[in-house]
Design a protein around this ligand. Structure first.
Ligand code: ADP
Ligand code: VHF
Length: 370
């Protein structure tokens, strides 16, 4: 049986001191906990670590604000080396090997590269080596950026089909409002459903080194729980926080997952960018959402965009509402030809499966369809 797989994401503020330098104590405490969980033999651990930009800036003596993107990327290049060097040393003291994985969003979007990364991660885990993941900040420009490591952590959890995603940060969970701005904010210990109120409460980072704040953590949690992975947001300064989480103690905020999506479906839902849209008629909306059917040519009313066979496209209802996403079996050019021929009266007897059910995710709930 496969061991439980846990992705631990740690934010910059949980790795650095007030001056923004990497904190040996904080890093040692994290490594100690990961090593002790891994050495039980029950778990495989993956670390997603921020801190490269912060570490680089402090090493170079550069300010944290009013710096250009190339300066930030240069700082990341300096800081990532420092970060990995420290981790390598700390894990080696525990007798454990580490590996560095630097990713961009386009690595995840491309199915072949996605599979290569997944296979590499699998191989490392099989050999007891701890993968340490970060965004490849030096090459990432806006179009190919995750932008924040909460999203990256969630995608790594999806990619490796992890059982649990732990987001360690400078606060002990999701609150009813940002506690740094609202003293009456209360911690929410358990979440079974992410509500619009929670989304409104989760705001940006309060720290000078953090990116995205609770907003990106909540979005990351949604992605993971929708794919069947539990998530805990907890404070990195809580003593033995990982052990407490694994013992089911009430620390931080625990998000309970729903039914598990297959690896391919969660990649379609969250790992890809769409290249076009298929507008469908009410009958097809019903068939897709309520009858879990495949999308047939007969239900398509319009093809938007320029995509090829194997691309991922949006599926939209007649009112423009986004119903889901799926991988098409035909190019946009071919689909337009088929639609035209259908309009001229040619019968296809609904034999053309344009998106197979196994390559489709529905993103609306039945009760929201009127
Ligand atoms: N509803 C909320 N509950 C808890 N924290 C919140 C909330 N809204 C915003 N925050 C802010 O999010 C911060 C954590 O995010 P961030 O600074 O990006 O951390 P990290 O560097 O660990 O990713 C908290 O310190 C807090 O100021
Ligand atoms: N990739 C960047 C981290 C980006 C990020 O999301 O930071 P954080 O909000 O501290 O987790 C770095 O290593 O500095």
């Amino acid at each position: 049986m496969r061991r439980m797989r846990i992705v631990v994401k740690i934010g910059s503020s949980s790795l650095t001191n007030k001056q923004g330098q990497l904190s040996s104590d904080k890093m040692a405490c994290l490594v100690e906990q990961i090593a002790s969980v891994q050495s039980t033999g029950e778990y495989q651990m993956i670390l997603v670590s921020s801190g490269a930009v912060a570490a680089g800036l402090s090493k170079l003596g550069w300010p944290r604000s009013h710096i250009t993107m190339p300066e930030k990327q240069a700082a990341a290049a300096v800081g990532q080396g420092l970060l990995i060097e420290r981790y390598q040393k700390l894990f080696a003291e525990k007798g454990m090997g580490t590996a560095q994985l630097l990713l961009t969003r386009s690595d995840i979007e491309d199915r072949k590269r996605f599979i290569h990364i997944r296979n590499t991660a699998e191989t490392l885990l099989r050999h007891g080596i701890i993968p340490i993941v970060n965004e490849n900040d030096t090459v990432a420009v806006d179009e190919i950026r995750f932008g924040d490591n909460d999203t990256l952590g969630s995608l790594v959890a999806l990619m490796t089909e992890a059982n649990l995603l732990v987001l360690l940060t400078d606060i002990d969970g999701l609150y009813t409002a940002n506690p740094k701005e609202n003293v009456s904010a209360r911690r929410i210990p358990q979440v079974w459903k992410i509500t619009p109120e929670m989304e409104a409460a989760a705001s940006d980072s309060g720290s000078p080194v953090g990116t995205g704040g609770m907003r990106t953590k909540l979005a990351a949690a949604r992605m993971a729980v929708d794919s069947g992975i539990d998530v805990v947001i907890a404070s990195s300064s809580e003593p033995n926080v990982l052990q407490k989480i694994l013992e089911g103690k009430s620390v931080g905020t625990r998000f309970h997952s729903k039914q598990r999506l297959s690896g391919k479906k969660s990649w379609i839902a969250y790992g890809t960018r769409t290249e076009g849209t298929l507008m469908i008629d009410p009958g097809a909306v019903f068939a897709l959402v309520k009858q879990t059917a495949s999308l047939l040519l007969g239900g398509i009313t319009k093809v938007e965009g320029d995509f090829h066979e194997g691309s991922v496209v949006e599926i939209a209802a007649p009112d423009g509402r986004r119903i889901g996403k799926g991988m098409v079996s035909f190019s946009a050019v071919d689909l337009r030809i088929l639609l035209e021929r259908r309009q001229r009266g040619e019968k296809f007897h609904n034999i053309h499966e344009v998106i197979h059910r196994d390559a489709m995710v529905i993103l609306v709930r039945e009760e929201n369809l009127v």
